[in-house]
Write a protein that binds this ligand. Structure first.
Ligand SMILES: O=C(O)CCC(=O)C(=O)O
Ligand SMILES: [Fe+2]
Length: 196
């Protein structure tokens, strides 16, 4: 059941499982929010941990609204992810928070030892497809993100150029606010070039 107006209206049915293998305690994932391009705004992500236990850290963005028990936006929270555990990142986990798996001591597993496998289950939304996502001036599909570094428009979703990773660091200045699909029509139109 969706509870946020921007969440997918359809039932959460994972269409993608993405696996990460951390061979040892040295392997880590730095601070980030998960890319929203195919998930759409306000996704729910299920995350299974297998093998060595590792800490998982999360921290609200500076301008995220404070909630009860969240005293300052610099607080870093850590939870232990043991073997065979399920972590569910509910909305607005990606828009208001960032997360990481730091390089830190592991709780070894009797068979896997230091190794940990993480599988995230993600629901790619019907309307967030390669043929509906806008293309930037480089001619490549855009990335969907939300505003995280400014108080103004905090949390608002936008498309931007994602060419740099495939284009030797070069990218264009394409910008377009994400617009919810009109009811009954699974399209993602955008409001191009309005100010951020
Ligand atoms: O390994 C984990 O528990 C999290 C990995 C992660 O953040 C990701 O794949 O986006
Ligand atoms: Fe992540």
């Amino acid at each position: 059941m969706s509870s946020h107006p921007l969440e997918a209206r359809s039932e959460w049915l994972p269409t993608v499982a993405a696996a990460n293998c951390y061979a040892s305690a040295k392997e880590s994932v730095d601070w980030h929010s998960d890319t929203l391009t195919y998930l759409g705004p306000m996704p729910t992500i299920g995350s299974i941990s297998l093998g060595a236990g590792r800490p998982f850290r999360f921290q609200p963005y500076k301008f995220a609204p404070l909630s009860a028990g969240n005293n300052t936006n610099t607080t870093i929270y850590a939870i232990h992810l043991p073997h065979n555990s399920l972590l569910i990142m509910h909305p607005p986990a990606q828009e208001h928070w960032r997360h990481q798996v730091p390089p830190s001591p592991v709780h070894p597993h009797p068979i896997a030892g230091q190794a940990r496998i993480n599988i995230t289950f993600r629901h790619y939304r019907d309307e967030q497809r390669l043929d509906t996502i806008p293309r930037c001036r480089c001619g490549l599909p855009c990335q969907l993100r939300s505003v995280v570094r400014r108080a103004h428009n905090f949390g608002r979703h936008f498309y931007c150029c994602h060419a740099a990773h495939a284009n030797q660091g070069r990218q264009c200045d394409f910008f377009a606010w994400w617009k919810p699909p009109t009811r009954g029509k699974e399209t993602s139109k955008t409001l191009e070039n309005t100010k951020k």
